[in-house]
Write a protein that binds this ligand. Structure first.
Ligand code: S3P
Length: 442
């Protein structure tokens, strides 16, 4: 599929974005382990979350639509679903008779690895070609130290992984990188450990797993960047979860509205968890007119309506250190914003970008350069000089949803037409992106 974008029309109006991807994965995985029925409203039926759905079903958890006869629509046809997850309890999952196909979803593979490490059965995790290239040693290593047997390609560092779980020991683990997926894998395995599990983070990675586990009755405490999970003494209670809009999806609309002259957009019902709010803070520091209109709490997460208006012109910023994990998925769209900011925007300490769906330092720089951006690739990030007038070009998604959407926003600013090739991947996180964008340009 291709997306054709031309500049010229401002973005105006109120809209919503589909549910948070990270929370949607966790609602299914934790729902499957709960003792009873979990209700999930506003679940994201994106390709990535559908992979998690298939996996929990293969592991024996029944998932059904919550009073919605149409069933769970494929990613391309819906932007939200309400589900019931019949929890199997911590010890109730069944040995799969087929391999667990995580598609292209790193969150599915890494969080499931944590759960499977605690099961007294054998399972195989696999994914598509893209996911098979992504590092799994970061989860396999701590899980092995806890007592699981995990084999895989390249000494157990790449999918497919064969996992024989069982009785686990506690661990005091310092994360080598700020990764919510690794932190979550260790905590989920910790549900099966005989002693406490302690995870030390170098920086604040998203904390949805901790929030959900606490709400389910787990004995979890946090002191600074240290999370401790005590051994389980009781069942996990099921939750009634309303998934907020995904801030990583809202990011594309907010940046577009900040940059396209004459725009004013309100994105309603967006998650504003501080561990995800790095882009909002950075846009503010750049002089963008973004604000939280109203905020409340839903399902243990802070949520708000966000407004962005086109302003006078942005200024360059430096983004580094503990801010990076708080906007890691927003760096492709931040690069687009940086092309319009005066001065040199520098992103450092973001080498993790190299192991996302693509090497996002290389792909973002390579594709934006085709549109005339002055962007220099660095080992741990990039430097963007601005402002420049982008020009329309034929660009490639490299099968990376966030790159595809960032390029679409760049297209809104470019002279002439921009053609983005390979846009089916957008459904990995934001089914309906094109329609939402169009609805704001009327
Ligand atoms: C995610 C964590 C992040 C993020 C990914 C979703 C999660 O990955 O990039 O899109 O849901 O836990 P890392 O944990 O690898 O940083």
């Amino acid at each position: 599929m291709e997306l054709h974008i031309t500049s010229g029309r401002p973005l105006r109006g109120r809209t919503r974005v589909p549910g948070d991807k990270s929370i949607s994965h966790r609602a299914l995985l934790l729902g499957a382990l709960a003792d009873g029925v979990t209700r999930v409203r506003g679940w994201l039926p994106a390709t990535d979350c559908q992979a998690t759905l298939r996996c929990v079903q293969v592991l024996g958890a029944e998932v059904s639509p919550l009073a919605e006869p149409a069933g769970i629509a494929p990613a391309s046809r819906a932007s939200s679903a309400d589900l019931l997850v019949q929890g199997r309890g911590l010890r109730g999952l069944r040995e799969p008779t087929e391999y667990l196909n995580c598609g292209g979803s790193g969150t599915t593979a890494r969080l499931l690895a944590g759960i499977l490490a605690g099961q007294s059965f054998f399972s195989i995790l696999d994914g598509n070609e893209q996911l098979r290239r992504r590092p799994m040693g970061r989860v396999a290593d701590p899980l092995r130290w806890m007592g699981a047997t995990i084999l895989g390609r390249e000494s157990g560092r790449l999918l497919p992984l064969a996992i024989q779980g069982g009785d686990l020991e506690g661990v005091d683990y310092t994360l080598p990188v700020a990764s919510a997926q690794v932190k979550s894998a260790v905590l989920l395995a910790g549900l099966y450990a005989q002693a406490s599990v302690i995870v030390r983070e170098p920086g604040p990675a998203r904390d949805h797993t901790e929030r959900m586990l606490t709400a389910m009755g787990a004995d979890l405490t946090r002191a600074g960047n240290v999370v401790a999970l005590a051994p389980r003494t009781s069942v996990l209670m099921p939750l009634d979860i309303t998934v907020p809009g995904d801030p990583s999806s809202a990011a594309f609309l907010l940046v577009a509205a900040s940059l396209v002259p004459g725009s004013e957009v309100v994105v309603e019902n967006v998650g504003i968890n501080p561990t995800r709010a790095g882009l909002l803070e950075t846009l503010e520091a750049m002089g963008a007119r973004v604000e939280i209109l109203d905020q409340w709490e839903a399902g243990g997460e802070p949520v708000g309506d966000l407004r962005a208006c086109a302003g006078e012109g942005l200024k360059a910023v430096e983004v580094a250190g503990p801010l990076i994990p708080r906007l890691i998925d927003e760096l492709p769209i931040l690069a687009v914003a940086a092309t319009q900011a005066s001065g040199v925007t520098v992103v450092r300490d973001a080498e993790e970008l190299r192991v996302k769906e693509t090497d996002r330092i290389a792909t973002v720089a390579g594709e934006l350069r085709k549109m005339g951006a002055e962007i220099e690739e660095r080992p741990d990030g990039f430097a963007v000089a601005g402002p420049v007038r982008l020009r329309g070009a034929v660009v490639e998604s490299h099968n990376d949803h966030r790159l595809a959407m960032a390029l679409a926003v760049a297209g809104l600013l470019a002279e002439g037409e921009t053609v983005i090739r390979g846009t089916e991947c957008i459904a990995d996180s934001f089914p309906g992106f094109e329609a939402v964008l169009e609805s704001l340009r009327d």
